[in-house]
Write a protein that binds this ligand. Sequence first.
Ligand code: AFP
Length: 312
Amino acid sequence: MVDGINNHTRFIVDLRRHMWMSGIEVELRRLIWQIAVVGKYISAKIHESNRKLAGFKNVYGEDQLALDRISDDILKNMLRNSGFVREYASEEQEDIITIGQGQEQYIVTADPVDGSSLVDTNLAIGTIIGIHRNSIFDCGKNSMVAALYITYGPLITMIYSAGKGVHEFVLDREGEYVLSEENIRLNERGSIFSPGGLRKDWTDSHHRYIDKLEADGYKLRYSGGFVPDINQVIIKRGGLFTYPALKKSPQGKLRLLFELQPMAFIVEQAGGMATDGKDDILSLKVNSVNQRSPIYIGSRTEVTMAREFLSQ
Ligand code: AFP
């Protein structure tokens, strides 16, 4: 039971209780909990920024940190103090950095504020986290143990998977993450598509694939924020997000480690698929922190169809 009324008593399953009931091991659930708490601080910083993103100078002409940098610092400091994290890799850092003593179990990857260029428009943005046990310079299948993302929209929501299904929590007015959707499963096929990149830069095979989705009646839903765009595929129980190989950038735009692996982990756990057009995203070996990859992610029907079109 999620949030039911029984004998006039309201039972709420919060994040900590849910992870405990799911049998997630203690250090991992504490780590996920702490990252979820950081989401509250990042959300406060988004409000404080009052939609003025980078600023770099405040009204007094003093240097100011961008939202991305501040959020990265908050996250890094929290992870350093957690005692569970050995290394940290972030979109905001050039390289992977050591933050533990060496015996800690986990390596965390982060895109602290994805879609920050949308802040001024007041569209949803998010935080994306991957949690690895082994070296991140492997494929996600071998190294990942959990992933989560937080969406800062009209509501603040957190979706996580630690390999035991995909679950959504909403941050309530008391500051508690309360379970709202348990064991989310994507349908075999959805009805929305979210295609990145400019049409003129698409390859012919990608063009043909998108034409097919349009002809089949898929509705266009693209905000320019990876987190809300993937989130709607998950919450609507299907559909497709793609940021393809472009003629001038065959690796596309999105980063394997910070954006694609965590979302692929979650979507696969929800019964969907994620591919670069040929191979599964989680089977791609990471060679560098800033590695990019094309992506087709969502329901099985659409992702399988993408593979077929791209192989022609
Ligand atoms: P920003 O973090 O610079 O806003 O980029 C967002 C993003 O990495 C990802 O969230 C979007 O899916 C993608 O870029 C959108 O890219 P386009 O602006 O090329 O559509």
